[in-house]
Design a protein around this ligand. Structure first.
Ligand code: ZN
Length: 241
């Protein structure tokens, strides 16, 4: 039967090539045709991503402007958020278009960046920022979990979706200002008792904007475990005016 599988494999490759010819993979941002080296954004759009250099002071300032918690010991973020730029399209694809492979791909990029500099750091679990069960049901997935899976593939750090739950189905925050976001997120997360057995964890988010979500999470985590050390993984950081 092996000849059958070999033949089937060849037909499969041929069909894929034909499909690609008819419907080539296009850049999610500018719709130009892609090359295998740049699977989601084309070369030009990739070059437009503003890379936040590892531990660069500006990146820390962006986060510390918006997050109060002094439990945050490390921040791993890849790109600077800019409106109408390729990074906004990437985040949109990740959040609303169920682009699963894109989430895994950029999660791996985050994990590789982290492994380069901090491979000896003792993070025990990755905690993706949860979404409400209802929202997850409607959307079919949680984008932060996809990123966490990519990070986990590279770093080997296990993921826990049990220690932190979203108990309030909050409004989408896109149109809210900082004060409204703080009110919106208040009381919306619940932490399980399991958190007490950890010393160091990492929260995984797609984008940190005002820091309201991360603040709310740090608050509930520290209520249960005051000495917890927290690292933040985020695909993008937004600089607030
Ligand atoms: Zn492009």
């Amino acid at each position: 039967m092996s000849w059958f599988y070999a033949l089937f494999g060849q037909i499969n490759i041929l069909l894929k090539a034909l499909f690609h010819l008819l419907y080539p993979d296009l850049c999610v941002h500018c719709k130009r045709e892609l090359t295998p080296k740049h699977p989601y954004l084309c070369y030009t759009c990739t070059m437009r991503l503003k890379l936040i250099k590892w531990q660069e002071k500006a990146a820390y300032n962006i986060v510390y402007q918006s997050i109060d918690s002094n439990q945050i010991i490390y921040i791993c973020a890849l790109y600077k958020f800019e409106e109408s730029a390729p990074i906004q399209t990437l985040l949109h694809e990740l959040k609303y278009r169920f682009n699963r492979n894109l989430g895994l791909y950029y999660g791996k990029e985050l994990g590789s960046q982290y492994a380069l500099e901090k491979s000896n750091d003792p993070i025990e679990i990755l905690v993706p920022v949860p979404i409400h069960a209802r929202k997850k049901f409607d959307r079919g997935y949680n984008q932060s979990e996809l990123l966490a899976k990519g990070i986990s593939t590279v770093t080997g750090i296990p993921i826990s979706t049990k220690v932190l739950k979203k108990i309030k189905n909050t409004k989408t925050q896109t149109q809210l200002n900082k004060k409204e976001r703080l009110l919106n997120t208040k009381g919306s997360f619940r932490v399980s008792e399991d958190i007490m057995k950890y010393k160091a964890i990492a929260i995984v988010d797609d984008v940190v904007t005002t820091g309201a979500t991360i603040n709310a999470i740090c608050e509930v985590l520290m209520e249960k475990n005051i000495n917890l050390q927290i690292t933040i993984f985020s695909l993008a950081l937004a600089q607030k005016e």
